[in-house]
Design a protein around this ligand. Structure first.
Ligand SMILES: Cc1ncc(COP(=O)(O)O)c(C=O)c1O
Length: 404
């Protein structure tokens, strides 16, 4: 821990270009996150309170100045932006023909569920996991088959025996996998990815890998792309990626599916088009090309800032809220707070904290079995808001203990 902290101090000493300390009033922008009562502080949905990179703002302003917002094609620049980013940042060669445009990762998930599984079949997930996976499965009349992650000494791992069992069920036809994993913030290792990928292949189960958080790793940490695995494993996979989490562009609704296998690619492409989620809005292309083309420096400063925020939280918990501990993580701006010592109902606890202090956090039980005693905290905000949130958390936890 000591050495990790000094890394941040080194980053802080470097000359910084971007101002992540700036507090922006988002209240009158129809923001989903900030649709809260006066005085409340939202630290829930995965959306950052930082202005996006000025390089992206310039590109979008230029597009705006054209003043005509008609239908938009997907140009070669869009393909090149993904291909060169993955080559440069992750040393992965994405072939142009593997890329499919989609308006979002969740639309890709839902279209894939509709196309390659049948009603009443099972879709396997590792819980606790991003709650929208449930929606994509259940809203389409498929079953969720949960394999619960093992939680031991503040760290998570996969229960392979249980997972194998669930994948071997003849009704299982798809697994949806998150890497890095929201909400626990783990980057899965190559060995873990290969093992899961192989279990899927051996059991004739497709794997859909959601890598939307892949660029939000802590300084010095790199995610392992599923595309770095053996050909036979990647040919059994659908990968969902996007710059929207990384660069705070979620409201622009743009993403890509990467599908190496030709026949499954055609099927998913057909469904994305049938579902009418295959066309960009007027700002989507410029958002992607400017983010991947010019956003690298901004991103690296952002990652250092988020990591520093995580260290602040860890220190604050140690000093002031000892009964809550931080789960080990390597990526994302979502922290997973272990509240086992004080509650067996994160819903009750989150409700109490909101009512008492105005701090809006999500209860861990939203993320499925295994989340009952956890809270998810979004730390992608200026330090001033973070400290405000931590003080409210302290008040909320201590008053909860007194009343329960
Ligand atoms: C793991 C994960 N996948 C997908 C999404 C949403 O993706 P999109 O907005 O592209 O549908 C989120 C948003 O929080 C997420 O955390």
């Amino acid at each position: 821990m000591e050495s990790e902290r000094s890394k941040v101090t080194d980053m802080e000493k470097k000359e910084l270009i971007y101002d992540f300390d700036k507090v922006v009033d988002r209240k009158n922008t129809y923001s989903t996150k900030w649709n809260v009562k006066e005085g409340e502080l939202p630290m829930w949905v995965a959306d950052m309170d930082f202005e996006t990179a000025p390089e992206i703002v310039s590109a979008l302003s230029e597009r705006l100045s054209n003043k005509i917002f008609g239908y938009t094609d997907i140009p070669k620049e869009w393909y090149e932006a993904y291909i060169s980013w993955w080559k440069k940042r992750h040393d992965i060669e994405i072939k142009r023909e593997w890329l499919i445009y989609s308006t979002g990762v969740i639309p890709t998930l839902s279209s894939t569920v509709r196309k390659i599984t049948s009603p009443a079949e099972n879709v396997v997930i590792l819980t606790p996991v991003y709650n929208m996976f449930y929606n994509s499965i259940l809203n389409n009349g498929r079953n969720v088959l949960e394999s619960r992650l093992i939680y031991e000494k503040g760290r998570y791992s996969i229960d392979y025996d249980d997972l194998e069992n669930k994948l071997a069920n003849p009704q299982s036809s798809l697994m949806i996998f998150c890497n890095p994993h929201n909400p626990i913030g783990r980057i899965w290792s190559k060995e873990e990815l290969s093992r899961v990928g192989r279990l899927c292949l051996e059991n004739d189960v497709w794997i859909l890998v959601d890598e939307i958080h892949c660029d939000l790793t802590f300084p010095g940490k790199e995610y392992v792309p599923f595309l770095s695995l053996d050909d036979e494993l990647i040919n059994n996979a659908i990968i969902a990626i996007s710059p929207t989490k990384t660069f705070n562009l979620a409201g622009l609704q743009t993403s890509a599916a990467v599908i190496p296998d030709k026949s499954i690619r055609h099927k998913v492409w057909r469904q994305i088009n049938t579902d009418e989620v295959g066309e960009p809005n007027a700002f989507a292309i410029d958002a992607v090309t400017s983010a991947f083309g010019k956003g690298e420096k901004w991103l690296d400063e952002l990652r250092a800032y988020i990591y520093n925020n995580k260290c602040i939280v860890e220190e604050y918990l140690n000093d002031n809220i000892e009964e809550v501990s931080l789960v080990y993580s390597e990526a994302t701006y979502l922290l997973w707070l272990d509240c086992n010592k004080i509650t067996d109902s994160s819903v009750k606890l989150a409700k109490h904290i909101r009512k008492k202090t105005g701090l809006f956090l999500l209860a861990g039980s939203h993320y499925g079995p295994g989340g009952e005693c956890f809270l998810r905290l979004n730390i992608a905000c200026p330090k001033e808001l973070l400290y405000d949130g931590l003080k409210r958390l302290e008040e909320g936890i201590h008053s909860y203990e007194k009343t329960n």
